[in-house]
Design a protein around this ligand. Sequence first.
Ligand code: AMP
Length: 133
Amino acid sequence: MNNCIFCKIVNGECPSYKIYEDDKVYAFLDIACDAVGHTLVVPKKHFCNVMDCDREYLDAVIDAVQKIADHYVKDCGYDGVNIFNASGASAEQSVFHLHFHVIPRKSGDGMRMWPLNEKYDIDLAEVCKKLAL
Ligand code: AMP
């Protein structure tokens, strides 16, 4: 897609630090430099987010996420990973080409990944009635 930074990375028009590649997926280091090894895993075909991604590509991306996570833990000295995806502007997606963040973690690394939101008085039964598929 024209003007999509991740399409340009996939096509080699913009530089990236490649971590993994196969016929449907490309993974590279995030430039944020907020965590060592922060990795982005993207489909080579342009999709906006998980809602419009076709099954074939979503499966391929998830397979790659698992491979990379496994590699970081088995071969690179990490103990675990966080895996994040933002789908939609309200979810704080900033680049509108589907991507999963893989953030390698070590015990005691001091990073906090979960938002420290307040607890609310939520009626789980009501929420479930509204959201169940
Ligand atoms: P999100 O906010 O979930 O859409 O994540 C977008 C991510 O893309 C951010 O973490 C950015 O740091 C990252 N990013 C944006 N441009 C580039 C780039 N040229 N190379 C690598 N990562 C990028």
